[in-house]
Design a protein around this ligand. Structure first.
Ligand code: UD1
Ligand code: CA
Length: 477
């Protein structure tokens, strides 16, 4: 049920300079979801009356991503005044007049913060008399974070940023996670008097804590249960650490749901992927996008599937596939490359060193070896010979190849599209199929072989080949 007394502000306006990226920091992804998307999903779980996202740097790209993920989020533009305090302030102005509840502020770059942690923080805040409650963390290495400064009695006094901290303050291991609950009016009133007189020249949200305390209000800092939950992403090292942590959680979740995952460290699964019980993932498997794997399928080792569907009991080994559908009981690989629009029917096979694109290979049909199959439809129970190439592109247009059912094509064929091979037809080895082959016909296009006997003796006298020919006791005449 919607919490009418709750507004959540997501700060996502910063430049993220430490990422050294042309892409806005909050749009870098882990588990296939942008950092800000993780935060939005958590915010949504709390069912607040208002979700506000503050943007500025790469405004249009960030706003578009936010709106596509959570359409009800209100996009708020930060002005030229820099700092988290200013970001929160412009968001407060976007709240409807009369709002008087609690305001949660979270950062768009803290992706692992979960709804349970936030719910606990809000409950602690509401159970106390505090005007502000900060989620803190105890870190072995506090570098870069704002430090939580407590009075001698242990109560929260203020937060000091790394850049502004004195030597003794830098030694403090309790840090500000950047997650807070404020009483709306207290936040609004104190932000009005926060200045930019600090090392960064920014309006710090963190200054509100000291100001509230100075004004005689209660403020509190509650340590998070495990510090990784509030890990902020400022650079690519932290991005990879958060990605690995989230992946561990995802892998464990699937293991508990009945999926065999031999090597969690080398198995990467996006949040969008879904797996049935008794799926087996071998080392080096990457499942990205909305990939779906049905019961009993074996994937890997060393396989990347992006937005693919794999049917029951299919086996996919050492394969790279995107937007492909693999039928039940089918086998793929090793060393197969399935490009978008590949449909492999039940019990079919796409074998070793085979590339497919925009092609349907029907139930029980096989392309076992060394082939390129593009813009093609193969019927059922057909076999495409080793080393077959569909010449689907004449330099201007792409054309289709149609192969019927129960067809047997020879090794090393070229199918020059557009071309059709009828049901039950055969082709000989080395055939270049330029014309349609009627059902039940055998097509051959190679000129009869001619042997010029004695050619080596005449033309390559004295070579090892000539000597071998002369000495040969082979009975081939
Ligand atoms: C901030 C906190 C610090 C805390 C840390 C936790 C302040 C002043 N410092 O530091 O105490 O330990 O988070 O991760 O708040 N942002 C805006 N507008 C701005 C500047 C930033 O929306 O003008 C957004 C950023 O996009 C980001 C978040 O606010 O999502 C935090 O900004 P960042 O620059 O990463 O702050 P930190 O230096 O990490
Ligand atoms: Ca940060």
């Amino acid at each position: 049920m919607t919490d009418q007394n709750l507004a959540i502000i997501i700060l996502a306006a910063g430049a993220g300079t430490r990422m050294k990226s042309t892409r806005p920091k909050v749009l870098h992804t882990i588990a296939g979801v942008p950092l800000v998307g993780h935060v939005l999903a958590t915010a949504r779980e709390l069912e607040p009356a208002h979700i506000l996202a503050v943007v500025r740097h790469e405004r249009d790209a960030v706003a578009a991503a936010i709106s596509s993920l959570v359409p009800e989020a209100v996009i708020v533009d930060q002005d030229e005044v820099p700092g988290t305090g200013r970001a929160a302030e412009v968001a407060l102005h976007a709240l409807p007049a009369g709002f008087s509840g609690d305001v949660v502020v979270v950062s768009g770059d803290v992706p692992l913060l979960d709804a349970a942690t936030l719910t606990g923080l809000i409950a602690a805040h509401r159970a106390s008399a505090a005007a502000a409650t900060v989620l803190s963390a105890i870190l072995d290495d506090a570098t870069g974070y704002g430090r939580v400064i407590r009075s001698t009695d242990g109560s929260l006094d203020r937060i000091v940023e790394q850049k502004d901290a004195a030597e003794n303050e830098l030694a403090v291991s309790e840090v500000n996670s950047g997650t807070y609950v404020f009483r709306f009016a207290d936040l609004r009133d104190q932000l009005a008097s926060v200045g930019v007189e600090n090392a960064a020249g920014e309006k710090y949200l963190t200054d509100v804590i000291g100001l509230l305390r100075g004004a005689g209000s209660d403020v509190a800092a509650v340590p998070v249960s495990e510090s990784w939950i509030v890990g902020g992403i400022n650079d690519r090292v932290q991005l990879s650490e958060a990605a690995r942590r989230l992946n561990q959680l995802i892998v464990r979740g699937w293991q508990r749901a009945g999926v065999t995952i031999l090597d969690p460290d080398s198995t990467w699964i996006d949040l969008q992927a879904t797996l049935a019980p008794d799926v087996e993932l071998l080392p080096g498997t990457h499942l990205t996008g909305p990939t779906v794997i049905e019961r009993g399928a074996i994937i890997g080792p060393d396989t990347s599937l992006d937005a693919c569907e794999v049917g029951e009991n299919a086996v996919v080994r050492r394969t790279d596939a995107t937007l492909a559908v693999i039928g039940a009981g089918a086998t793929v690989g090793p060393f197969a490359y399935l490009r978008p629009g590949t449909y492999l029917g039940a019990g079919g096979k796409i074998g070793t060193f085979v590339e497919t694109k925009n092609s349907t290979i029907g139930a029980g049909s096989k392309v076992p070896h060394l082939s390129y199959i593009g813009d093609t439809t193969v019927g059922e129970q057909s076999n495409v010979g080793a080393g077959t190439i569909t010449a689907n592109y004449d330099g201007v247009n792409k054309s289709k190849t149609m192969v019927g059912s129960h067809v047997r094509t020879g090794s090393h064929n070229v199918f020059v599209a557009p071309v059709r091979i009828g049901d039950g037809a055969y082709t000989g080895a080395g055939t270049v199929v330029r014309k349609d082959v009627p059902a039940g016909a055998l097509a051959i296009s190679v000129a009869p072989q001619r042997n010029m006997t004695g050619w080596v003796e005449t033309n390559r006298a004295g070579t090892a080949a000539a000597q071998a020919a002369e000495a040969s006791v082979d009975d081939v005449v």
